[in-house]
Design a protein. Structure first.
Length: 298
């Protein structure tokens, strides 16, 4: 039985139970090192899943995903000018939900020209007064864009700044920027299969007091498709996991340097399942290695 089928059955049972059903525990939070502000360890990505263009049903579905995300205690939503229509879809969703005050708006600058102008376009699409976090997407023109973002922070036009990379690319350059510049966040790929960041970037983030966002936690679904043919091992119950998706997310966010994982989804059941991962017991170092070993052998 695949993830979608299990969640469909679970969702039907939950609806049948009515409003008296027990509430899921509040998700764990971790502090942003540069400020101490706490954010939930599970966020929401929008790459591919929110790129629905003008399709009305698709936009409504994304708004409902956001509704479920906030209802389960989520805050951080991450997008980018690179993500097609995703920014506008997020903005429409926020407006339809009454602009939830708890939203932590994270976006990116992705241009080699006028970054400030692009940020303003993004802000209008999101319909927010300002972003909480702006990141230089995949280090594009970072020598120009990072000082621009830092100036925006000094002026109070954004709260946090950072840089991003994905799929293990340009880690050497990311490390150099982390060592030589004042960053609040770094975003990178991390999951039980993609562990290169453990070697230098994650220890450096702890040393330098930089929050870490983990992108591509499921390798765009490829990791879960590989795992779904295997039953969950016995250790899953020890940390309250009912699916491989939850096991993968628990592995990620239990790393001491990780602040928040940002899985992308267009399914309400999936976002509820993902947010439920943020509560309950977390694996210790020994169990983390066992999880990674079991998944690597799949």
């Amino acid at each position: 039985m695949d993830r979608r089928t299990v969640l469909h059955l679970f969702g039907a049972a939950s609806l049948a139970a009515g409003p008296a059903r027990a509430q899921a525990p509040a998700p764990h939070t971790k502090p942003i090192p540069s400020s101490g502000e706490a954010i939930p360890v599970i966020g929401l990505g929008t790459w591919i899943t929110f790129n629905v263009g003008r399709d009305r049903h698709g936009r409504q579905q994304c708004a409902e995903v956001m509704r479920a995300f906030f209802a389960a205690g989520g805050r951080l939503i991450d997008s980018s000018p690179m993500y097609g229509s995703s920014q506008g879809v997020v903005g429409d969703g926020l407006q339809s939900l009454g602009m939830p005050p708890q939203v932590f708006a994270a976006d990116k600058v992705w241009t080699s020209s006028d970054g400030a102008a692009q940020v303003e376009v993004s802000r209008r699409l999101w319909r927010v007064p300002r972003f909480d976090l702006l990141q230089v997407h995949n280090l594009l023109a970072w020598e120009t864009q990072l000082p621009m973002l830092q100036a925006m922070k000094q002026a109070g036009r954004v709260r946090y700044v950072g840089i991003t990379t994905s799929e293990g690319r340009r880690h050497r350059e990311v490390e150099q920027i982390m060592q030589s510049h004042q960053l609040d966040f770094v975003q990178l790929t991390y999951n039980p299969v993609d562990r290169e960041a453990e070697q230098r970037l994650l220890p450096l983030a702890r040393e330098r007091g930089i929050a870490v966002l983990a992108n591509r936690p499921f390798q765009q679904g490829g990791l879960l498709r590989m795992l779904q043919r295997r039953p969950l091992p016995g250790w899953a119950a020890e940390i309250g996991c009912t699916s491989w998706a939850q096991a993968v997310l628990k592995f990620i966010v239990s790393h001491p340097a990780l602040t928040c994982a940002i899985p992308a989804t267009s399914q309400m059941a999936h976002v509820r399942e993902n947010l439920a991962t943020g509560g309950g017991a977390m694996p210790d170092a020994a169990l983390r290695e066992r999880i990674a070993g079991d998944i690597a052998r799949s």
